[in-house]
Design a protein around this ligand. Structure first.
Ligand code: BGC
Length: 255
């Protein structure tokens, strides 16, 4: 690794099947070196995951910048306080402290959708957009990030809105599409109900649709019947790592 990558922030995307990381060039909004992926340990307890982070970072022995980590849960001041799709042992964990100790690096944890939202507003589909932007990630669950004039309001958790007596992500996440074998038009009907609800509650200026399915946007986004402008995310699977690195680089007392 060159001297240039030494002080760059490092982003880690902690997902259900893989833990991926790379140093990030914040001017370019992209990886500064090739991304490394390690399988997520099972069960994915905080301690087991901390071990993988240490292993991953050891592969970049010249990198010494601060480290951002995405977690698919509510995170306040480094402490995780929900566990919808992860091991229950995460609840109450001071993840910043645990990962800082395990890796010897300055680690800052952020909700996965919030990281994607930061990356999209800084470098992607919502770049330069003022007003109210809602970034949603459709995957195992539904994640959300609310940004006003580019500033993040963290932990919005709009995937757990109750709609027609259901947790929204149990009806409209892309994992549900797979599980129930829904066609794109069938799934788009559920997405329409979901985005209409968000529209009514927030009157946003823009929706950005992220998550793995954003690469298939042509298949379903035109079928979502809402008034608000809605566009696919641009960073695809780079959003988590880039957003986490941004979060770490800008970490201060406000986190
Ligand atoms: C979690 C959120 C997370 C989203 C996407 C939801 O079930 O509650 O914290 O952002 O899934 O992973």
């Amino acid at each position: 690794m060159s001297d240039e990558t030494r002080d760059l922030p490092f982003g880690i995307d902690f997902g259900g099947s893989g833990i991926k990381g790379a140093p990030v060039d914040l001017e370019a909004g992209d990886f500064a070196a090739e991304r490394v992926r390690i399988k997520t340990p099972q069960p994915s307890t905080p301690e087991a995951v901390a071990g993988v982070f240490a292993e991953l970072l050891a592969g970049f022995d010249d990198s010494s910048g601060s480290v951002g980590v995405t977690v698919p849960a509510v995170v306040r001041h480094g402490v995780v306080s929900s566990a919808a799709n992860i091991d229950a042992s995460w609840i109450g964990t001071d993840a910043d402290a645990l990962f800082t100790k395990a890796t010897g690096r300055d680690v800052h944890v952020v909700n996965d959708a919030d990281a994607a939202g930061l990356a999209e507003v800084r470098y992607g589909a919502a770049m330069g957009r003022g007003g109210l932007v809602i970034v949603t990630t459709l995957g195992t669950g539904i994640g959300s990030a609310i940004l006003y004039d580019g500033v993040l309001v963290p932990n919005s958790e709009l995937g757990h809105l109750e709609i027609d007596g259901h947790d929204a992500e149990d009806r409209a996440a892309s994992s549900v599409k797979e599980l129930e074998g829904l066609s794109y038009p069938e799934w788009a009907q559920r997405l329409t109900v979901y985005y209409r609800t968000l529209e009514r509650l927030f009157s946003p200026d823009l929706f950005v649709v992220g998550g793995g399915v954003s690469k298939d946007a042509d298949e379903f986004m035109h079928l979502i019947g809402i008034e608000t402008e809605i566009v696919p995310a641009k960073l695809e699977n780079r959003a988590g790592i880039v957003g986490a690195a941004l979060w770490a680089a800008e970490a201060g007392d406000e986190h």
